[in-house]
Design a protein around this ligand. Structure first.
Ligand code: ATP
Ligand code: MG
Length: 381
């Protein structure tokens, strides 16, 4: 008899002919998540199992963060001996109150009792040992599950995983990652679909501090807990910001800055074989995110730009940030390059002609190339 973790996967089931490919990725991602704590991972009967982890609670936490995992159940694996199974069921229900049912499944048809008989008999044994419990087959407080496979698997609890698709099955994209609340959530949402996400951060030293950069790397590390790790490109942005500030109309400053960010991000994305950009924008949230401003921002790139938060309210975004663990880091009060140079009266309905006109004052290509060349890339974990 030993403790194992049963790992269920969701959507991977639907993938038809590609199913083995998705499953292989998922198994190797689960393995990577637990190997340093001794977790042994294998696939059998359309189910992933983890055993021998030094710390089961930590193992559960790690596995639940692997994209593609629907839920997990800490289980006891034991021989298919009815008496021993019955005793173990009683043990696992001990201390519980309220109602329960036994859910039995028998895939090994050689086992002498079918699932109906097992449910009835085991339910009886539990009631005998704990007469204060009630059976409720419709809305039980606890479900005692018993699966008869190569071994018997017994479990009561189910912990939900993050869901999504296995990391690495969805291509690669580059996230414009600021230190705010939104962009980590945006990146995480795309990561969840199995996309390898790299971060691109625009840093305006000395207007933004080393500590502000560190905050972004800390955010990437939290996101990296879901992905295994994360590559972040840090772009020196001061020169461009100063040039915009000095040479362009103040009210266009933010949108101009966003246009340069997008251009540089696209170059870096292409260099790193990413197929799309991701931003944390949501319509109307700030002046640079009106429909007009977004259209002007998009106009400078031909790569698709994914904006998973586009229709979400700030409160909804904050909820997700809390759930995934980035919120507390995001709200640390460090300046962002956007806040340092924010115009007093930003234009909310910029016109493309005006922006193009304003950009004439800058040596755009040289500025962009220099920023790309001086970009530093770091892996965070
Ligand atoms: P966030 O909470 O993600 O910072 P925000 O509400 O502050 O978003 P803006 O500052 O207008 O919004 O930025 C919009 C988007 O532009 C961000 O979600 C992010 O994708 C990108 N962005 C902004 N600043 C930076 C930066 N310094 N480096 C990289 N990307 C940035
Ligand atoms: Mg921001």
């Amino acid at each position: 008899m030993r403790d194992v973790l049963l790992v269920r996967f969701g959507e991977v089931h639907l993938k038809g002919q590609n199913r083995p490919y998705f499953l292989r990725k998922l198994v190797s991602n689960v393995r990577r998540a637990v190997e340093d704590i001794g977790g042994h991972v294998w696939l059998a009967d359309s189910r992933i199992y983890v055993s021998q982890a030094q710390d089961m609670a930590q193992c559960i936490e790690r596995v639940c963060k692997v994209f593609g995992v629907h839920s997990v159940s800490p289980a006891v694996e034991m021989d298919k001996d009815y008496e021993a199974i019955a005793a173990q069921c009683v043990e696992m229900m001990r201390g519980k109150t309220g109602s329960f049912k036994v859910n039995a499944r028998r895939s090994d048809k050689r086992f002498p009792m079918d699932s109906m008989v097992l449910q009835r008999e085991l339910g009886g044994r539990i009631l005998e040992a704990m007469p204060h419990l009630k059976v409720d087959v419709h809305k039980p407080d606890h479900v005692m599950s018993v699966e008869i496979r190569d071994f018997a698997y017994l479990y009561v609890d189910e912990v939900m995983g993050v869901g999504g698709m296995p990391m690495g099955t969805g291509g690669r994209a580059a996230l414009l990652l600021s230190g705010g609340i939104d962009s980590p959530v945006a990146g995480w949402s795309i990561m969840k679909r199995g996309v390898q996400v790299q971060g691109i951060h625009f840093h305006s030293f000395p207007y933004t501090s080393e500590r502000a950069k560190q905050k972004v790397l800390d955010l990437a590390a939290i996101m990296g807990e879901y992905a295994g790790n994360m590559l972040v490109h840090v772009v020196p942005f001061t020169e461009i910001q100063l040039a915009i500030h000095e040479k362009c109309p103040d009210e266009l400053g933010t949108v101009l800055m966003r246009r340069y960010m997008m251009r540089i991000a696209q170059r870096l994305a292409q260099k790193n074989r990413c197929q799309a950009l991701i931003t944390g924008e949501s319509i109307g949230q700030v002046a640079s995110q009106t429909m007009e401003a977004l259209v002007c921002t998009d106009q400078v790139v031909d790569m698709p730009v994914f904006r998973p938060l586009i229709g979400m309210d700030k409160l909804e975004i904050m909820d997700i940030a809390r759930k995934i663990g980035t919120y507390e880091t995001s709200i640390q009060p460090f300046e962002d390059c956007c806040t340092v140079f924010t115009p007093r009266h930003p234009c909310t309905k910029p016109k493309i002609e005006d922006l193009i006109q304003a950009e004439q004052a800058l040596d755009s290509e040289a500025l962009i190339q220099k920023a790309v060349e001086e970009t530093q890339s770091v892996w965070v974990k």
